[in-house]
Design a protein around this ligand. Structure first.
Ligand code: NAI
Ligand code: AKG
Length: 528
C-alpha cells in the first residue's frame, strides 16, 4: 500500500506534485494544522506529516499518530515539534536548513529599514489623506552599528547585506570562530558589547534554554538610549513586557517584530505603540523560499517513506538498513560523548579529534563522526543534525580529525573525543557494553565507568576527605535523588572527577552550594 502523507499547513503545490510523482498519496489540508481537534482526529491515518510553523506537533498529537513515521518541517525552526516525544515513538523529524535563509535575512533588513524610516506609520497616515511631512523624522543606517546576535546562516547573510549598506557590524555568537568573523567581515564581540555599542540589534539564534529571554529588562538597560530592536528569529528571545516598558519610556526608540511569544499574536499591548513594526511571522514568506523548502521537504519525506533513506533528520542518523543494528549503539555513544564535551565548552571550539580504537574503527566512522559533531554542536545550535553537523563545523572553522588505531588498554573497543578551544583541551572516552548501553570510561585521562543518565551533575574537585559526604548531604537536603554515583581520580590527593546521575535537573541553589564546597573546582549540570 502506498504511504500516505498529510500536508497540514500552507505549502507550495510543488510539494503535493512531488509526493504524487513519487507514488506517495497526499492530502493537502492547509488549514487543518490550526485546528488541534481535527488534526488529532486525522493523524492516525497518516505515515507522514508535512508542516510549516502553524501546526503544533505536541506529545498528544504524537501519541495519537499510531502510523506516523516521519514529520517534515518545510523550514528551519522545529520548536513547534516535540522532538523527544517523536523520537520516543520512532518518528523521524526532518527540516530543510538553508532553503529560506536568504528570504528571512531580507525580511530582517526590510524590518530594519521600515523601523528607521517609520514606513508603516507614514504609509498609513498618507493613505488616510494626511500629509504629515513633519511627523516622520527618520534615522540613517549609514555608519550606524548593527549588533547581530546569532551569526549562523541567516545572521551572516544579514551582516553581509548590512555591510553593503555601509553599517558597522558587530556580532555575538559563541560558535563564531575569529577566522569566520573575519571572512564575514564582522567584529566578534561579547554580548554586553552588543548591548553597549549597537544602534540596531537583530536576533538570529534558535530558541534554546540559553537564548530564551536573551534580551530582558537588564539587557535593555545596558543598551544605548535610542536603540532599535529587530526580531525575525523566534518569540521568546525578547521579553515582551520589558520591551514594552523600554519603548514606552523612550529608552528603546523602536522595535520590529516578526515573531511573538504566543502566535498567532492577534492582540498584543505592543501593537498599541506607534514605534512597533509588526509582521505575522513572514520571515520565510517569499515564493522563492517556499518553493525551495516545499521541494526539499517532499523529496526528503518521499525518500524516507519509499526507500528508508534519511537526510536532514534531527533525531536520526543517516545510515543504511544493513548496518543500522550494529552501528546504532555506537552512534548513541558518539553523540553523547560529543554532547558531554559540548555542554562543558563555553568558548568557540577550534578543533575536535575523534579517536576510534579497536572494532569501532571498522564501522561507518563517517556517521559516527557526524554523530559526535552533532553532539558537540547541539547544545549551542539547537537544530544541527548529523547531516548538517560536518558542514556547520567546517563553516565555523572547526578542524575535525578522525584517528583510527588498534585497541589499547582495558576495553576491546572505544571512542575518545577531544575538543580544543583557544585555551583548553578536554577529552572524554566511552564505549558500548554487552548490555548495549553506553558508558563513559574516561574523562580528561581519568578512568571511571559511568552510565549516561537524563540528568547528571559533573563535578571536578580535589581528592580530599569530606567531599562525598558533603555532596550527598546537599543533594539529600534538596530532595534530589541520586541514581548512580561515580568517582575517578588522577592520583591520591590529586585532581578528581565525580559524575552523579540524578532523577531531576539540579536546581540552581544546589549547584551553587556544591560549587561552594572547599574541595570543588567546578560543578556543571549535564542533560542527555
Ligand atoms: N521568521 C522566520 O520566518 C524564520 C525564522 N527562523 C529562525 O531563525 C533562526 C536562525 O536560523 P539559521 O541562521 O538558519 O540557524 P543557524 O543554526 O545557521 O544559526 C543560528 C546561530 O545562532 C548561534 N547561537 C546559538 N546559541 C547562541 C547564543 N546563546 N548566543 C548567540 N548566538 C547563539 C549559533 O552558534 C548559530 O551560529 C532559526 O532557529 C529559526 O528559529 C528561520 C527561518 C525563518
Ligand atoms: O514556515 C514559515 O513561514 C516560518 C519559517 C520559520 O520560522 C523557520 O523556518 O524556522
Amino acid at each position: 500500500m502506498a504511504p500516505r502523507v498529510l500536508v497540514s499547513d500552507k505549502l507550495s503545490e510543488t510539494a503535493v506534485q512531488i509526493f504524487r510523482d513519487r507514488g506517495v498519496e497526499v492530502d493537502y489540508l492547509p488549514d487543518l494544522g490550526k485546528d488541534k481537534d481535527a488534526l488529532l482526529a486525522a493523524i492516525p491515518n497518516y505515515d507522514g506529516l508535512a508542516i510549516r510553523s502553524a501546526t503544533k506537533v505536541t506529545p498528544k498529537i504524537i501519541a495519537a499518530a499510531t502510523k506516523l513515521k516521519v514529520i517534515g518541517r518545510a523550514g528551519i525552526g522545529v520548536d513547534n515539534v516535540d522532538i523527544p516525544a517523536a523520537t520516543q515513538r520512532g518518528i523521524v523529524v526532518m527540516n530543510t536548513p538553508f532553503g529560506n535563509a536568504i528570504t528571512t535575512a531580507e525580511h530582517a533588513i526590510s524590518m530594519m529599514m521600515a523601523l528607521a524610516r517609520q514606513i508603516p506609520e507614514a504609509n498609513a497616515s498618507t493613505h488616510a489623506g494626511k500629509w504629515e511631512k513633519n511627523r516622520f523624522m527618520g534615522v540613517e543606517l549609514f555608519n550606524k552599528t548593527l549588533g547581530v546576535i546569532g551569526c549562523g546562516n541567516i545572521g551572516s547573510i544579514v551582516a553581509d547585506r548590512a555591510l553593503g549598506l555601509k553599517m558597522k557590524v558587530i556580532a555575538f555568537d559563541p560558535f563564531l570562530s575569529p577566522e569566520r568573523a573575519i571572512e564575514i567581515g564582522v567584529e566578534k564581540v561579547e554580548l554586553d558589547e552588543i548591548f553597549r555599542r549597537s544602534d540596531f540589534i537583530t536576533l538570529h539564534t534558535p530558541l534554546t534554554e540559553k537564548t530564551r529571554n536573551i534580551i530582558d529588562a537588564a539587557a535593555l538597560a545596558k543598551c544605548k538610549k535610542g536603540v532599535r530592536i529587530i526580531n525575525c528569529a523566534r518569540g521568546g528571545l525578547v521579553v515582551e513586557d520589558a520591551l514594552y516598558d523600554a519603548l514606552k519610556s523612550g529608552h528603546v526608540a523602536g522595535a520590529a517584530l516578526d515573531v511573538f511569544e504566543v502566535e498567532p499574536a492577534t492582540s498584543h499591548k505592543l501593537f498599541e505603540l506607534d514605534n512597533v513594526v509588526a509582521t505575522p511571522h513572514l520571515g520565510a514568506s517569499t515564493g522563492e523560499a517556499q518553493e525551495n523548502v516545499a521541494l526539499q521537504v517532499a523529496e526528503q519525506m518521499a525518500d524516507y517513506l519509499i526507500s528508508g533513506a534519511v537526510s536532514n533528520a534531527l533525531n536520526m542518523p543517516s545510515i543504511s538498513a544493513d548496518e543500522a543494528p550494529r552501528l546504532r549503539p555506537f552512534i548513541a555513544v558518539a553523540e553523547k560523548l560529543g554532547s558531554f564535551a559540548g555542554q562543558l565548552t563555553e568558548e568557540p571550539v577550534t578543533g575536535i579529534v575523534i579517536e576510534y580504537a579497536g572494532d569501532v574503527g571498522e564501522m561507518n566512522t563517517r556517521a559516527l563522526t557526524s554523530a559526535a559533531l552533532s553532539g558537540v554542536l547541539q547544545p549551542m545550535l539547537g537544530t544541527v543534525n548529523m547531516v548538517s553537523a560536518p558542514v556547520v563545523a567546517r563553516e565555523r572553522g572547526i578542524k575535525v580529525d578522525e584517528v583510527k588505531q588498534t585497541q589499547r588498554g582495558a576495553y576491546e573497543t572505544y571512542i575518545r573525543l577531544t575538543v580544543r578551544t583557544a585555551h583548553l583541551e578536554r577529552s572524554v572516552a566511552g564505549t558500548v557494553f554487552s548490555d548495549g548501553k553506553a558508558r563513559v570510561i574516561q574523562i580528561k585521562g581519568i578512568d571511571m565507568e559511568a552510565e549516561f543518565g537524563p540528568h547528571m551533575l559533573y563535578v571536578t574537585n580535589e581528592d580530599k576527605p569530606g567531599f562525598i559526604g558533603a555532596l550527598g548531604t546537599i543533594l539529600g537536603n534538596a530532595g534530589v535523588n541520586i541514581a548512580t554515583f561515580n568517582l575517578g581520580r588522577r592520583a591520591q590527593g590529586g585532581e578528581a572527577i565525580c559524575l552523579v546521575s540524578i532523577d531531576e535537573a539540579p536546581p540552581a541553589e544546589v549547584l551553587q552550594a556544591v560549587a561552594r564546597l572547599p574541595q570543588v573546582k567546578q560543578a556543571k549540570p549535564l542533560a542527555f
